[in-house]
Design a protein around this ligand. Sequence first.
Ligand SMILES: *Cc1c(COP(=O)(O)O)cnc(C)c1O
Length: 370
Amino acid sequence: MKMAKAQETVLEIDLKALGHNYSFLRSKIKPETKFMAVVKAYAYGSDSVAIARHLQELGVDYFAVAYANEGIHLREAGVTAPILVLHPQKAHFQSLIENNLEPSIYSKSILSDFILTAQKLGVKEYPIHLKFNTGLNRLGFSIDDLPEISKLIDKQDAAKVIAVLSHLAATEDSNETEFTNFQLKRFEAICKQAGVTFKDKFLKHVLNTSGIINYPEAQYDMVRSGIGLYGYGNHPDVDSHLIPVATLKTIIAQKHNIPVGESVGYNRKYSSNSETITATLPLGHADGIGREYGHGKTFVSVHGQLAPIIGNVCMDMIMIDVTGIECSEGDEVIIFGKELPASEFSQTANTISYELITGLSQRIKRLIIN
Ligand SMILES: *Cc1c(COP(=O)(O)O)cnc(C)c1O
């Protein structure tokens, strides 16, 4: 399919690529395993409503967001599938319940406060997920909290445990399989103990995208995938089966001939040793392309040819070196996406695809295709 030519800076979001990635990830798990699509942070910097609506049509079982307001946004857009809130804050418990969002509860104080809010609102058996820490040491109960959790749960009927989860620290890292297996063992022990503690059955979920690929035996009842859906698999072999969903494109605003000895941009950080032709592009660090991408380290694509970003990245503009590349003002430039994966682009600044794509500013127009 021929993509539309950009006339300004746009983030093109390809729903067909999303469907492809979803099918690939689904093919890695059993048909009866539920699939939770992680759409936090504007669906990893793209467009959470467009992504969630499409995935809901494709039959995704569950969604996950980080904060309640992200879930409310999806409810207001008509998303009806269950939505897990991974990091709920006490201040939003009421709106969370009013919008039929499910909290991931990670501490005793969060649990008792949530129960109080649920009782105040008069709900019965409100679904909650309990998050256990198995070694990431970020959020979560410990196995030793189970007796107290059970005391809090048993004396009320406003909230009901429908799932037990944990999060793994290094599923993409083949040097850390021993640690990951240790986390999975701990999770297994927690689930076993919880099975004794809670009378009703509950779902178990622990795997993220790289977990689905590398530890499919631990898929339990549901998996939680974010980055893979957006086209990145944390490994070249996996990436080759996925298609980047978002492509950041812009246009050449102006070209300049830079004589020998002149400089380009703030603080004169680029100076030319030979005659150079530059192109100025209408996006900058305010859009999520930080200063670490400047100084010739990172390349963008102009008609399929690589051009380095030179000098300091400005707030609203970047300059690239297009010497020897045939191009004109108004021509399209690909920053990253299908032909230049975010995983590779981000590596030049020593970071990961996750940070680059979730950091794109809301100022960039989103264009949904397919
Ligand atoms: C963000 C997140 C995920 C998704 O991880 P990916 O590596 O993007 O698949 C899964 N679970 C939790 C708890 C998360 O915070």
